[in-house]
Design a protein around this ligand. Sequence first.
Ligand code: UDX
Length: 430
Amino acid sequence: MKIAMIGAGYVGLVTGTCFSELGNCVLCVDNDVEKIKKLKKGIIPIYEPGLDELVHKNTKAKRLSFTSEIEEAVQVSDIIFIAVGTPPRENGEADLSSVEKVSSIIADVMTEYKLVVGKSTVPVNTGKWIKRTMNIRNTKGIDFDVASNPEFLREGSAINDFLYPDRIVIGVESERAKSILYELYKPIDAPILVTDIESAEIIKHASNSFLATKISFINAISILCERAGADVKKVAEGMGLDKRIGSDFLNAGAGFGGFCFPKDLSAFIKIAEDLGYDFRLLREVEQINEEQKKGIVKKIRENLWNLRGKTIGVLGLSFKPNTDDIRYAPSIDIIGELIKEGVKIKAYDPKAMERTKKIFPNITYCKDAYEVCDGSDALVILTEWDEFKNLDIKKVKDLLKTPIIVDGRNIFDPETLKEIGFVYTGVGRK
Ligand code: UDX
């Protein structure tokens, strides 16, 4: 099939590349001319395991190409995916101006049937607006369909998530659109749930909000555990063994971040508000997440007494492992707070240092974890990269000025560390 992927950001680039891997002919479009120039040269603007190889393989096979000419892409394609950014406004609402602009251009340019599929995370009823916008401009009365096909890709495992998803959701209002999308997803072995467009749009926000709720729930339990002398890891294990609960997304820690959960939560709260419902539960989920980040700073303060003039080593800057993404990462809030308190920061992250330099140009960036430890008054873990789990912990102790670890991701065993002589504080642990 011939596909236009409008928006070569994270979602568009990964999804477009994966569709080409399935044998389709994909043209990725972006109005960022520099980005397109780089992509044409094979330079991938984001770090995502396996993406480089797939882009190169499919570009070489001429199934994947890039352009900044949206008109050309619309004309040559049967299916047009809208994967443009929907960034949050001040009030949490998603900014849909790019979606509107793209819908208008498609309507202006199309000369034959097109299936226009919403891929970006959008508020419910966006499909209706796309259709309305296109209808107004579609003066020649050309046939088209609008559909919603939300993505559930996780950064760091996006390609695997695309190729082996738990489910595929398609929101359609015609048999024609349904059969085109069925055909497109035929090579993937996963249940396909067909709904109306509005339900598909809500499924995306509801899923992300539910997962964020799970994390805030276990983070709230972690506070109870600390006060009662229980271990949140054991509590989560005990809860997760119940199939109705499941063990995923029950890791207590420094809070959730990334460009999806925080943004989608506040957008969903705003969507609910617009529909006349005060989603108090989700406001609390947000609140708990904010407190969780503050809780890490509190733990550092409780260990070090006075913060002013102290040096703190930070391991992990990305919002989670296997990505260089620092958007809404807990590390940003926590480091910002520590700097305000007069702390000197030494930091290391396997992938996210270049991006962090733009926010904190004046902290010390180290070549590895051991350099971070050298001379620091305490070590703080903010992202659970595998290489931190395998550190030579005795060497860490020798390098630190004082053997204090605040483990914001519970990667170490408290007993082992205490035996070695560390003053160890995890999240929700004895
Ligand atoms: C999420 C959704 O999982 C994905 O389906 C959607 O399409 C995009 O948003 P992503 O943002 O890549 O994906 O990351 P995810 O792996 O879901 O983690 C989100 C945040 O939650 C991270 O900051 C992570 O550290 C945190 N988290 C996750 C926890 O704190 N505890 C957990 O148990 C799980």
